[in-house]
Design a protein around this ligand. Structure first.
Ligand code: GRF
Length: 189
């Protein structure tokens, strides 16, 4: 049984979807949620799911030592970033080499980088007149949105689509694929 930690900063709908997917499975379980935003709805979801949720400050996270200690305490094997807005410090990446994945709500390398998160991404897709968008699940390295890509899935973007329409299509892809991709990666650990 592998232990997964999810790092999230916001609503946490992906965190909940992943936790529900692994509930009752023998391969892995979500045993810890880490959040850097005390107002985030993911904290409520964690309570409801009965998963321990630790709220940390940006400073603590950037220094990394206490986060690494927390992860080790929970015997965490694999880390999933699901709507997590802080850059992962090098120390943490070195403590979990090849074991941290992120989901980006667009088709990288398009619409990635600093500031490109949440609605900003979907607005950029619409403003550029893109005819498709999607999700990218990738390994985390020292730069934003630059690690090896494991998986992409696409959805069409219509000329009449608003950023909210695109967000809804992208979220549907996230819910459909993210847990399975995590399961496949974990099987190779
Ligand atoms: C998702 O679209 C994810 O791809 C992006 O942030 C959003 C988080 O949504 N990185 P939620 O908090 O899982 O509902």
């Amino acid at each position: 049984m592998k232990n997964i930690a999810i790092l999230a900063s916001g609503s946490g709908s992906n965190a909940e979807n992943i936790a529900s997917y692994f509930k009752g499975k023998e391969s892995a379980r979500v045993s810890l949620i880490i959040c850097n935003n005390p107002q985030a709805y993911v904290i409520e979801r964690a309570k409801r799911l009965g998963i321990e949720c630790k709220v940390i400050t940006k400073k603590e996270f950037m220094e990394a030592d206490s986060t690494i200690a927390l992860l080790k305490e929970h015997c965490i094997d694999f880390i999933v970033l699901a709507g997590f807005l802080l850059l992962v410090p090098e120390k943490l990446i070195k403590a979990y080499p090849g074991k941290i994945v992120n989901i980006h709500p667009a088709l990288l390398p398009k619409h990635g980088g600093k500031g490109m998160y949440g609605d900003n991404v979907h607005k950029a897709v619409v403003e550029c007149g893109d005819t498709e968008s999607g999700i990218t699940i990738h390994l985390i390295d020292e730069e934003y949105d630059k690690g090896t890509t494991f998986f992409q899935a696409k959805c069409p973007v219509l000329p009449t689509d608003t950023p909210d329409d695109v967000a809804a299509k992208v979220h549907a892809l996230e819910y459909e694929h993210f847990p399975h991709v995590i399961e496949e990666i974990i099987a190779t650990l």
